[in-house]
Ligand binder design. Structure first.
Ligand code: ASP
Ligand code: MG
Length: 405
């Protein structure tokens, strides 16, 4: 069996822990498996590097910034390979350019284009453990790129897919995927399994367990994921294709995210080109837009509201100011950062009516007003006041029968 094991920052947070990881990896190998390892930077390291760069410039995103951020993983894999040697095993640390992880040119959120597997297969065949730097790639001109924060999950899944591995195990500081972030709701319950689709929604909605793109990739290539603690021997959570029993459950999880900002553009003309004129430039800047709501007012003008990550708010506002204002001088902009998005997620929603209505009634009872609503086949999201996020989450968790007993 071929297994890709990925270790997060806390799992390699100090030398003692790196030694533990080395033992764990060797244990898997000695049990007769082939193992490839992907590692994040040591806990706190990437943040430290970000902090250094922002002391120089507030918006450091660039080739230099990616080169800087990617360095954390280099340290981690070198130490981990040393530790494997010290434990009597064989390992080779590999950076993206040595392995051949090619990405596009979008710094700080590059997408993987291809991964060369020859070298990996060679090493595996010889019983040598490849220890691969997560989070990084190189573009077609050999510039170092990074895959976005939390991107080593995506590295691991991409490598598992390229190798057609039997499993991709994500070792982390939480012991699995919960119905809701346990820090937000004391009654959170660990799930033994969750479908790719639900996990994608949960991840994109702010459950920080896995980087969302790793789950998209896993679903696309059907890589079975297993999220498990690196510190405890408790069973983790499997992330896999949808099963029958999953559909009996209406809501399988709740996600909350307070990192978005709402932007509203008021007084737009009723023209078919307007939405594209707004979202085109935002897309070009590779900024992800989430909830979008359009409404008409009495004068036949339109207002458009949408959410973007809070960190992109000023960038979006200045983009719109420069691209739209000259053409539509009458428009005005507003934005708000004290908002939170709360979502209920479940593949069972497809077959159960009245799920959204129940959510709204629970929120109404709690006196929580809703600013924006959006739904998909398997989720309902509302944007509410940030201060009411915790209360909303707790009430919904109980109402949909998710509380741990
Ligand atoms: N070290 C990177 C980060 O902190 C990538 C990762 O941990 O997945 O975002
Ligand atoms: Mg992570």
């Amino acid at each position: 069996v071929l297994i890709v094991q990925k270790f997060g920052g806390t799992s390699v947070g100090n030398i003692e822990r790196i030694r533990n990881v080395a033992r764990k990896v060797l244990q898997t190998q000695r049990a007769g498996h082939e193992v490839a390892v992907v590692s994040s930077a040591m806990a706190g390291e990437t943040n430290r590097l970000v902090e250094l760069a922002t002391q120089i410039t507030p918006e450091p995103w660039s080739r230099e910034y990616d080169m800087l951020l990617a360095s954390g993983e280099q340290i981690a894999i070198a130490l981990l390979a040393l530790a494997i040697h010290a434990e009597g095993g064989k390992a080779v640390p590999l950076l993206a350019h040595q392995l051949g992880i090619e990405t596009d040119e979008v710094y700080s959120k590059a997408r993987i284009r291809s991964i060369r597997t020859e070298k990996l297969r060679e090493l595996l065949k010889e019983g040598i453990i490849p220890v691969i730097a997560g989070f990084q790639g190189v573009d077609s001109e050999n510039n170092i790129t990074t895959l976005g924060r939390g991107g080593s999950d995506t590295s691991a899944v991409a490598i598992a897919a390229a190798l057609k591995a039997d499993a991709c195990e994500i070792y982390t500081d939480v012991d699995g995927v919960y119905t809701v972030d346990p820090r937000l709701c004391a009654k959170a319950k660990k799930l033994s399994e969750i479908s790719y689709e639900e996990m994608m929604e949960m991840a994109s909605l702010g459950a920080k367990v896995l980087q969302i793109r790793s789950v998209e990739l896993a679903a696309k290539y059907e890589v079975p994921l297993y999220v498990v603690s690196s510190f405890e021997e408790t069973p983790g959570t499997r992330v896999l294709g949808r099963t029958k029993s999953m559909e009996d459950v209406v809501v399988n999880g709740i996600a909350a995210d307070a990192n978005d900002a709402r932007i509203t553009v008021c007084g737009l003309p009723d023209s078919p080109t307007v939405p594209f004129e707004i979202f085109g430039p935002i897309a070009e800047a590779a900024i992800v837009v989430d909830i979008i709501v359009q409404a008409s007012n009495e004068e036949g003008k339109r207002n458009l509201s949408f959410t973007v990550p809070e960190v992109e708010r000023t960038k979006v506002l200045s983009l719109l100011e420069s691209r739209l204002k000259p053409k539509y001088p009458q428009i005005t902009f507003a934005s708000e950062t004290d908002v939170a998005k709360v979502s209920i997620v479940g593949v069972g929603m497809r077959n159960h009516p009245g799920v959204a209505a129940k959510m709204f009634s629970v929120l109404a009872e709690a006196g929580i007003s809703i600013k924006l609503i959006t739904t998909s086949e398997i989720k309902v999201s509302v944007l509410i006041d940030k201060r009411q996020m915790k209360a909303a989450v707790e009430k919904l968790h109980t109402a949909f029968g998710l509380d741990a007993v």
